[in-house]
Design a protein. Structure first.
Lengths: 168, 329
């Protein structure tokens, strides 16, 4: 069984581990690094709950082989607040503004889709500071939520976007 | 998730190493993996060594060539195709088709080459292994029956790449690497047999897509169950050149209704040089509907998909008319 030494920077910390070639990034993050915020939903690229950032790009960890992201920088939901703090020279940030907005707007019910939604939404707000409703819908179209009906999630992205603009 | 069975991942850095890796028994090219990885985990695809294309610079380039044509490397992602200035400027129908694939995350990962070579899909096969165990093994899984078309002697699974009809309407050519490099028009790449739907020999690889200089005006339309991320239930692309007061050399392609794209020659003959009234566009749509014979192996029913084809073609032709008026021609 081919294995190799995998080097990743996960949430700002260098990680090195021996992993079998067929391991997905999702298995590495959840089972090897024990970061359980990234969820294992459909395992087929259909639900979006395993979304994390690879070199800043939102990607689906379940359909990404870990070896193909060798030496990349990974940000998971656990590291999003830290990433945000670093961007704003406030390393004590407890939550990314979108995480706070999700809590305030009631955009979380069972919570299973939430980490993926937040990682997708935070990337949208990083690239498009004041997204339209249509842009939010398009960006989150790959994320399934069976509880909220999406309305509160869209409101949370809008609210976080407004707050980020006010504070900028 | 179901862990993948043991395999090797090979990451060549150059063209020679790539072709050498692909010539090995059991080697499979790996583009973005957004379709191949779930396919492997559901045992729809197989391979002992996945050869990643991402590290080969020649496959990652989008180049404007001296003759005015554009060369798109097979490993360029769909997100890059959808936002590249060269594509948005001269081939907007291709950008539309790339943007119609999957979700934001899937487009960031999936490649144009992967979309052109995308495994065919069928409601009776794209299911978990346990579900499939309840049925006799079908042609594509190595058996001798087709559940979608019991009288058929070949697999009728659906070609589901959205960029295929757009590339065909634009007159794109595929560059294949292997023992000898070759080029062919994209519409000749598909065999019509859903189990072996693309014409690639062992060791061959789709390396690049060539888009013609001075492309025709083109438009793409797609119909799917959920507007957000679904595979097509039918899609269509049309193109034509506006010359001396009329549309000339129209190309009409419908796809996602069988294992290969369908060129609607009857509609092209009707449209060439004619006055494109609303009735004529509807008539062309009706000819497209008659030219396709989808089986009941998509998510939506056959009659709906046929009616959709009529509408998609008529509307895509309308898009050409709108594009012409916007340019004041």
């Amino acid at each position: 069984m081919p294995e190799s030494v995998l080097r990743l920077i996960v949430n700002g910390r260098p990680q090195q581990l021996v992993a079998a070639d067929e391991m997905t990034l999702l298995e590495v993050v959840r089972d090897r690094l024990h970061l359980h915020g990234t969820k294992d939903g459909c395992a087929a690229g259909s639900c979006g709950s395993c979304t994390l950032w690879v070199d800043g790009v939102p990607r689906l960890a379940c359909v990404t082989l870990a070896k193909t992201v060798q030496d990349c920088e990974i940000v998971t939901i656990e590291g999003l607040a830290g990433w945000w703090g670093k961007q704003h020279a406030a390393d004590a940030a407890e939550l990314h503004p979108l995480q706070a907005a999700f809590a305030e707007q009631g955009a979380v019910q069972c919570g299973f889709c939430t980490p993926g939604m937040v990682m997708g939404g935070a990337a949208l707000l990083r690239d498009t500071p004041s997204p339209s409703r249509a842009q939010i819908q398009e960006a989150l179209s790959g994320h399934l939520c069976r509880c909220t009906g999406y309305e509160q999630i869209i409101r949370a992205v809008q609210a976080a976007g407004r707050r980020m603009l006010d504070e900028a | 998730m179901m862990p993948l069975r043991p395999l090797a991942v090979v990451t060549p850095r150059g063209e020679e190493e790539l072709l050498r890796s692909l010539a090995v028994e059991g080697a499979v090219p790996l583009g973005g993996g957004s379709d191949l990885i779930p396919g492997l985990s559901w045992e729809l695809a197989s391979g002992d060594a996945l050869v990643s294309l991402a590290g080969v610079p020649a496959l990652r380039r989008t180049d404007a060539l001296a003759d005015g044509s554009v060369c798109l490397g097979a490993a360029v992602t769909l997100a890059e195709v959808a936002r590249h200035p060269l594509i948005l400027g001269a081939y907007p129908a291709l950008a539309d088709a790339a943007r119609a694939v999957g979700s934001w995350e899937l487009r960031a990962q999936g490649t144009i080459g992967g979309n052109v070579c995308l495994a065919t899909r069928c409601r009776f096969r794209n299911q978990p292994p346990l579900w499939r165990d309840a049925l006799q093994t079908c042609y594509q899984s190595g058996g001798d029956v087709c559940h979608a078309a019991p009288a058929s002697r070949t697999c009728v699974a659906i070609l589901s790449g959205d960029t295929v009809p757009a590339l065909a309407a634009l007159g794109a050519q595929l560059e294949i690497w292997g023992h000898a490099a070759r080029r062919l028009p994209i519409e000749d790449f598909y065999s019509g047999d859903g189990a072996h739907h693309i014409s690639l020999a062992k060791g061959e690889l789709l390396a690049a897509i060539h888009l013609p200089a001075d492309p025709p005006t083109a438009a793409f339309r797609k119909w799917r169950a959920r507007e957000s991320i679904d595979f097509p239930e039918a899609n269509a692309a049309v193109s034509a050149v506006w010359r001396e007061g009329a549309w000339r050399a129209p190309r009409v392609f419908v796809s996602a209704v069988g294992p290969a794209p369908v060129r609607v020659v009857a509609a092209e003959a009707l449209l060439d040089g004619a006055d494109w009234s609303e009735d004529l566009l509807r008539a062309a749509g009706e000819l497209a509907r008659k030219a396709v014979h989808p089986y009941d192996n998509g998510q939506l029913n056959v009659a709906g998909r046929q009616i959709a084809v009529r509408g998609l073609v008529a509307r895509a032709l309308g898009d050409l008319q709108n594009a012409r008026r916007e340019r004041g021609l």
